[in-house]
Design a protein around this ligand. Structure first.
Ligand code: PAF
Length: 283
C-alpha cells in the first residue's frame, strides 16, 4: 500500500532514506483520475527502479482561461485504491501552496520554446510552459533517476525529453505506449467526461489513425485521417498533422521505413481529445 505524502518535507525525508540505502527512484507524474493507461506507466516505472513515486497534482499553470481546470476530475481516494495493489511506494499529492510556495503568479515559468507554441500549444497558449514548469519542479522535489511518460501525449513527451537534454538533467525519460480500450479509444482521464453519444463518436479517432496507417505517404495519411474526422458527426477537428518524431516539425515524408507521427486533436461534446500513431511509409 503506497504512503500518501502531502508535504515536501516528508517527501524529501523519504527520498533521503532511499538515497542513503543506495536505492534508485522512478517518478510517474500524473494529474490523478488514474486509469489503466497510468497503470501501464506504473508497471514500467516499478520495473525500472527500486522505488516508485506517483505524483498527483492538477497543475493550474497548464490550464488556460476558460479551460477545464475546475471540471478536471479529481479523485484522490479512488486513486489511492487504484494503486493499492501496485509496487508504488509513495503517492505525492501536494496542494498548490506546496507545489508553488511563492504563489502561482510569482512562480518562474519555463518556456517550451517554438515547438511549445504549435499544435496543442496553438490551441492552448502557455500550456506547455505550465507543463514544463511543473515537471521540472517535480524533478527537483523527487529527484528521480527515471521518469515515465505516456506516448499519448506525444508533444508533451517530446518537450520534456528536449528539456531534459537541453538542461542536462541527470535522469532518464522512459516512454510507454498508449493503452487503448477494446474499441481502440486511447484511455484518457477526460474520457470520463464523455456522454455515451460522444464516446461512440470518439471511435472515429482510432479509425482515422488506423486508416491513415495504410496510406502510402505522409500526405495521404494526413488527408485520409482529416477526411474521416472532418466528416464524422459531432467531431470538431482542431488539427490533423504528420510530424517528424525527432523534431516535431510538419513533414514525415522522410526516407523509406523512417517513422512519422500522425497527431490529431478534436473536440467532442465539449471535451478535447488527442491521439497519435507512429507510421512507417514505403515498406
Ligand atoms: O500528462 C499529464 O498528466 C500532465 O501534463 C503532467 C505531466 C502530470 C504535468 O502536470
Amino acid at each position: 500500500m503506497p504512503a500518501i505524502v502531502h508535504s515536501l518535507e516528508e517527501l524529501q525525508g523519504i527520498r533521503e532514506t532511499w538515497r542513503s540505502a543506495g536505492e534508485s527512484v522512478a517518478l510517474v507524474p500524473t494529474m490523478g483520475s488514474l486509469h489503466e493507461g497510468h497503470k501501464a506507466l506504473v508497471v514500467e516505472a516499478t520495473s525500472q527502479a527500486d522505488r516508485c513515486v506517483v505524483s498527483i497534482f492538477v497543475n493550474p499553470l497548464q490550464f488556460g482561461a476558460g479551460e477545464d481546470f475546475d471540471a478536471y476530475p479529481r479523485s484522490l481516494h479512488a486513486d489511492e485504491a487504484f494503486l493499492a495493489d501496485t509496487l508504488v511506494d509513495v503517492i505525492f499529492a501536494p496542494n498548490v501552496e506546496v507545489m508553488y510556495p511563492e504563489g502561482l503568479d510569482a512562480a518562474p515559468s519555463l518556456s517550451a520554446g517554438r515547438v511549445g507554441d504549435t499544435y496543442e500549444g496553438t490551441s492552448r497558449p502557455g500550456h506547455f510552459d505550465g507543463v514544463l514548469t511543473v515537471v521540472k519542479r517535480l524533478f527537483d522535489y523527487v529527484n528521480p533517476d527515471v521518469a515515465v511518460f505516456g506516448a499519448k501525449d506525444a508533444q508533451q513527451l517530446f518537450l520534456v525529453q528536449q528539456m531534459v537534454q537541453d538542461q542536462n538533467f541527470p535522469l532518464r525519460i522512459v516512454e510507454v505506449d498508449t493503452v487503448r480500450d477494446s474499441s481502440g479509444l486511447a484511455l484518457s482521464s477526460r474520457n470520463a467526461q464523455l456522454s455515451e453519444t460522444s464516446l461512440a463518436q470518439a471511435l472515429e479517432i482510432p479509425r482515422a489513425l488506423e486508416e491513415a496507417s495504410h496510406q502510402p505517404s505522409a500526405k495521404d495519411a494526413r488527408n485520409r485521417a482529416r477526411e474521416i474526422l472532418e466528416s464524422a458527426p459531432g467531431v470538431g477537428v482542431d488539427y490533423v498533422e504528420v510530424v517528424d518524431p525527432d523534431t516535431f516539425q510538419p513533414g514525415g515524408d522522410t526516407g523509406v521505413g523512417e517513422p512519422a507521427r500522425l497527431i490529431v486533436a478534436v473536440t467532442i461534446g465539449g471535451v478535447r481529445l488527442i491521439d497519435n500513431k507512429l507510421l512507417h511509409f514505403g515498406q
